[in-house]
Every structure is written in C-alpha cells, then in structure tokens.
Design a protein around this ligand. Structure first.
Ligand SMILES: C[S@@+](CC[C@H](N)C(=O)[O-])C[C@H]1O[C@@H](n2cnc3c(N)ncnc32)[C@H](O)[C@@H]1O
Length: 266
C-alpha cells in the first residue's frame, strides 16, 4: 500500500536505509551509500558496531514485548531493509499469531517488502509505503491489519533522528501514542548527541552532506526521554541500547551511539 511515502528512486544520493544496510554489512546499497558509509565510519568507527547493537536492541525489545508483555500487534515505522531478526520473525517465534505492520518511505525498502511479508500462517504482516510525518494516514491504513482497540507496540527504532524539528517529532510520537489503548507500548532508539559527542557530531555532519534531505540530528538523553512523556518507562528506562536488558555483560559494554527505551501506556 502506498501513502505518499516514496518520492522516487535515486541511486545517486545516499539514503538512510541503504547506508544503515552498508554499516550492517548488507548488500542492498549503491555506490553513493557506500561512500557515505565510509565517510561516516571514518568519523566514528564504532558506527558499525552501534548499528548491530541497535538490531540486537530491536530483537531483545520485541522478544520482551511478545514474551513478557503479551503484545501481539506491532506497528514498526522506519523498518529498514530486511536483515536478520526482523520484527515479525522475532515476534512470531514467540507468538506465531502476531500481527505486524511495517512502514517505511524508502523505495528500495518497498521493493524488498516481500521478504518482510513472510508471515507465519497464524499471523499477518503488511507493508505501508508511507512517511512517518503522514501519521494519521499511517494509522488509518494500519487499521486494516491491526485492531486498535487491543494493545499495540509502536516501534520507532533509529528513525526519529530523521525528524530534525523536535516539536514535530514530539507531536508525531504523541499522536501515535494517543491512537493506541491502555496496555500498549512505545519502543524508541535514537542517535545520541551526548555519547562520544565529538565523533558523533562529525559523523552526523558527514551523513548530512550525503543524504538527499540532510536531516539527521542527534539528541541528548534527557530530550530522548521526553518522547516517553505519555507512557511509563519499563526498567531500566532510557539507557544506551546496549544496556537495555542485555543478554550478557559483554553485550552491555559494547559500543553504541544510541539511546533506547520501552514504555507502557497506562
Ligand atoms: C537507520 S534505519 C533503521 C531501521 C530499523 N528500524 C532498525 O532500527 O534497525 C532508518 C529507517 O527509517 C526510514 N525513514 C527515515 N525517515 C523516514 C520517514 N520520514 N518516514 C518513514 N520512514 C523513514 C529509512 O528509510 C530507514 O529505513
């Protein structure tokens, strides 16, 4: 389904999904993305490990939501290119009946959406080609797949830092949270401006030189915490993504440039 997401396909400029794929060691990227990937790695060499840590946070948080919080519906906005442990794979490995709606505005993600639509027979996956800023449209289309009278986990991983206006980003999150019932969850990871601040500032500056929209921003932990204003944070709160319920001490100590957290709507 299309909701005004993709604005046409241009392999000559870097796109967030494809640079992220390059950091993760994927193959779904073009020369412009690889140039941006190398420029950003040169500024902040830990970015590759940080991207992997973000994927590990996604898997741990989805597992927590499905196994411990009993969530069976996921709205994953800013999905990224298919990789290991996509949201539906983790959720449906715990609860095969889980229903997942993926949303992204990158045309290459759309062209790979089939890999995201490999639902278990008991569950459902759907894909929306839409922009996070078209929040009402996303909610309207997602209602074809998700029952908004039942709890939904809203997943906003490594996407809000592409909405540079803080008030706009806060309003988008508030609108999403307002649309889901009590017992729903909000999961966020977000580029930090106060972890390795000098390297991150240079990494983001270089990223913006290469992105078509040049809209990447880091934010400090206290600002990222404001996105959780309408939910109750579950332990351990807003922390480095590596420190959110890590599987091991080694994982907790790994490099990251992202804050992350999970909250429950009361
Ligand atoms: C860094 S990737 C993160 C992928 C995945 N959420 C993860 O954390 O592993 C960011 C994704 O957000 C998407 N994105 C960025 N801005 C967006 C917007 N305004 N609307 C929809 N998707 C957007 C990009 O296309 C990209 O796929």
């Amino acid at each position: 389904m299309t909701a005004g997401g993709s604005r046409g396909f241009d392999a000559r400029v870097a796109h967030p999904a494809r640079v992220y794929d390059y950091w993760l060691g994927g193959k779904d990227n073009f020369e412009a993305d690889r140039i941006a990937g190398e420029a950003t790695i040169a500024a902040y060499p830990a970015i590759r490990a940080s991207a992997r840590a973000n994927r590990a946070f996604l898997a741990r948080s989805v597992r927590y939501l499905a196994a411990e919080a009993g969530i069976r519906q996921f709205l994953d906005i800013g999905t990224g290119l298919p990789t290991a442990n996509n949201t539906h794979e983790v959720a449906q490995s715990v609860a095969p009946e889980s229903r997942i709606v993926y949303v992204d505005n990158d045309p290459l993600v759309l062209s790979h959406a089939r890999a995201l639509l490999s639902s278990s027979p008991e569950g459902v996956t759907a894909y929306l080609d839409a922009d996070l800023r078209d929040t009402d449209r996303i909610l309207e289309l997602a209602a074809d797949t998700l029952d908004f009278t039942q709890p939904v986990a809203i997943m906003l991983l490594a996407i809000l830092h592409y909405i540079p206006d803080l008030d706009e980003a806060l309003q988008i999150v508030a609108r999403l949270v307002s649309a889901v019932p009590s017992g729903s969850y909000l999961t966020i990871s977000h580029a930090a401006s106060d972890i390795s601040p000098e390297e991150m500032a240079e990494m983001i500056r270089r990223m913006n030189e290469h992105l078509a929209e040049g809209n990447h921003v880091g934010r400090p932990r206290d600002v990222v915490a404001r996105f959780f204003a309408d939910v109750d944070l579950v332990e351990p709160g807003v922390v480095k993504v590596t420190e959110w319920r890590p599987a091991s001490a080694v994982e907790a100590e790994g490099p990251t440039s992202l804050w992350g957290g999970v909250g429950r709507k009361p």
